[in-house]
Design a protein around this ligand. Sequence first.
Ligand code: ACO
Length: 337
Amino acid sequence: MSAAVGIALTGSGAATPARVVTNGELSLWLDTSDAWICSRTGIAARRIAMAEDSLESLSSQAARQALERAGWRPDQVDLILLATSSPDDLFGSAPAVQAALGADNAVAFDLTAACSGFLFALITAAQYIRSGTYRRVLVVGADLLSRWVDWQDRRTCVLFGDGAGAVAMEAAPESWEGLLAMVMRTDGHRRSCLTMAHQATSQVLHDQLQVGSGGFQPIAMDGQEVYKFAVQQVPLVLTQALKQAGLTAEHLDWLLLHQANERILASVAQRLDIPAAKVLSNLKNYGNTSAATIPLMLHEAVAAQWIRPGHLIASSGFGAGLSWGAALLRWGRPEAA
Ligand code: ACO
């Protein structure tokens, strides 16, 4: 292992299924309306995976784009972290991404922390780089929660969409800090607010042996509790992260929150006194894509050149667990800033 090093965020990528489902289309079978969904959430449409789509293929597309934008060769990748709660394979989908990229020197594994997953994975990746263990890491956030919602439950299914996003993170000179501060939190006592729990059934194998079996229940959520949790806790962790870095909200170029609800974004920004023009949002087009929201939004903003090298971004992920966290990020490479 070498001495501590700096961190640079040098590439981004994103991929979503082609099929768009608007609020109007949802109201073909649900007792809901475009007006209700838009006013309560800010969501107008979402991308939904068809049977032929896969989490592994969307993740690989996003990861390949991030790798290319970073200017790496696949054989230079040391680690692939895939944050997801909806893998194609419960043993892990990251190895399929590694194979699709031809990143044969990389170790690849999944990390599960629901909507906080990408932020937790980004922070985890940074530890490997900082310690000198690895130099180049692809961090992917991807979820296909459409597979796991109850499409007859209007309280939940209208909120979610599918997608994948990725970021390339690499070692940089010690003076360059791509991750300036980090906070991670879990409150397992409140885990029942948002679940996608195993549903046990039992299978009798013989008189003395009855084993557990079964599948997973659809997403169950106490929307109001999750809402209260987010608007209370997210400003606190962001404030803590700013304090850690010796900065204030005025220093920020962008606020990049987990895209769960437009009202949550507005409330957090208001509490931190961050102007609406600095709040990144693409909820309208994608809904809540869980672990994918942050890298999907980040990629759009980088591709549109809203986020430029050297920009300071405050990010926060929050969701099931309950889990939440914050990170202060500086985009780009030292020479490009
Ligand atoms: N269409 C029409 N009416 C609806 C719908 C819908 N899709 N969903 C609920 N309603 C009805 C309810 O049945 C209720 O009717 P009632 O008063 O006759 O019983 C009424 O609307 C109000 O329902 P509430 O649940 O009180 O609505 P609320 O204003 O709390 O909004 C929402 C619900 C949007 C889910 C909100 O609570 C929220 O955004 N919570 C945060 C949830 C979230 O972001 N979860 C994900 C974060 S974590 C993660 O990303 C995994």
